[in-house]
Write a protein that binds this ligand. Structure first.
Ligand SMILES: [Zn+2]
Length: 335
């Protein structure tokens, strides 16, 4: 049976009250980091609206015709709009189809639901076409937009949606859930920290060998900073890996290195298991350069959403890091 995640109880109660009070807006924007379960929450809400006999908590029954059609992916009153291929945009063609569908009357019950995910992948034409829908909503249609980057949406789209924020998680109920999923409380705590408090990302990281990849990546990274790795060769070695994952991992280490540079006992580290090693590496670089590298990595993460040349992008980043910071190097040569 579909259930909200334990860390979504408050948001679910709010939705339940809105449904029972007839106060659902026609467009909601779910924002928050990737991997906290926004899409699952939207699917649950859609299922609740399309169910013939939801329970007292507004949860879908799972057995009625509406629930079965939705589970089979063939409910005529439901649309899930995503890029047709990974890394591609949501196109105006997809939004136009949505507009045609929206002009029809619901086939079954009283409600229809549309999920657009990730909403920030709509290109400019698609976003402008969607605006029309938001200005003149179809009958009994709930529009659910999902994004980890609300600032990337048109302000006119944002202002026409009611925003429901989803935060990163570190609470006891999340730890308990993830420990149950991974059957290892210690690994669960570490994976959640590394994933920046995104429980579903943490689960996927463990399931897909991300913890082992991270260890190998760290050994390479440490060797590079210590001058024992050649940047271009390393870029080639990393090239087959997931670029967004590699960049996010490197970024997380730099954030922690900067934290350790500022104080010996930072309140929070995303990589608590690497504390001593990151501390040692941070001594090779000055704070200004660490911050500059973070900025460069953020820019690369933005570029990685398109189709960059992975090898060149990685080389560009790694070439500046080899053997410690520029200042450390120049200090060494003038010594
Ligand atoms: Zn049902």
């Amino acid at each position: 049976m579909l259930q909200p995640y334990p860390w979504h109880q408050v948001q679910w109660q709010e939705m339940q009250q809105r449904i029972s009070g007839g106060r659902l807006p026609h467009a909601l924007l779910f924002s928050g980091p990737a991997g906290v379960g926004k899409l699952d929450f939207a699917l649950l809400l859609a299922a609740s609206l399309l169910c013939d006999q939801p329970d007292a908590a507004a949860l879908p029954c799972g057995n009625c015709r509406g629930c079965q059609l939705l589970a089979a992916g063939s409910h005529p009153d439901f649309r899930l709009l995503q890029p047709e291929e990974e890394g591609k945009e949501i196109t105006i063609g997809q939004i136009r189809e949505l507009l045609v569908w929206q002009a029809l009357t619901p086939q079954y019950g009283r409600a229809r639901a549309v999920i657009i995910e990730p909403a920030d992948r709509m290109n400019a034409n698609a976003a402008n076409a969607l605006l029309k829908t938001l200005e003149e909503p179809g009958r009994e249609v709930l529009l659910l937009l999902i994004t980890a980057r609300p600032a990337a949406l048109l302000p006119t789209i944002r202002s026409r949606c009611q925003q429901l924020p989803f935060a990163a998680q570190s609470g006891a109920e999340t730890h308990a859930w993830l420990s149950g999923q991974l059957a290892d409380a210690q690994q669960a705590a570490l994976a959640l920290a590394i994933s920046g408090g995104a429980p579903l990302r943490a689960r996927a990281l463990v399931a897909e060998g991300g913890m082992e990849r991270r260890e190998r990546l760290f050994a390479d990274f440490a060797a590079l900073l210590e001058g024992g790795q050649e940047p271009v060769a390393l870029a080639a070695q990393w090239q087959p890996l997931s670029l967004p994952e590699t960049l996010a991992t490197l970024h997380g280490w730099h954030v922690d290195m900067a934290r350790l540079k500022v104080t010996a006992s930072p309140a929070r580290l995303d990589n608590p298991d690497l504390r001593e090693r990151l501390q040692a590496l941070s001594e090779r670089v000055d704070l200004a350069e660490l911050i500059q590298r973070q900025g460069r990595l953020q820019e690369a993460m933005r570029l990685a959403r398109g189709h960059p040349n992975t090898q060149l992008l990685l080389e560009d980043i790694l070439l500046g890091w080899s053997g410690g910071s520029r200042q450390a190097r120049s200090a060494a040569t003038t010594r």
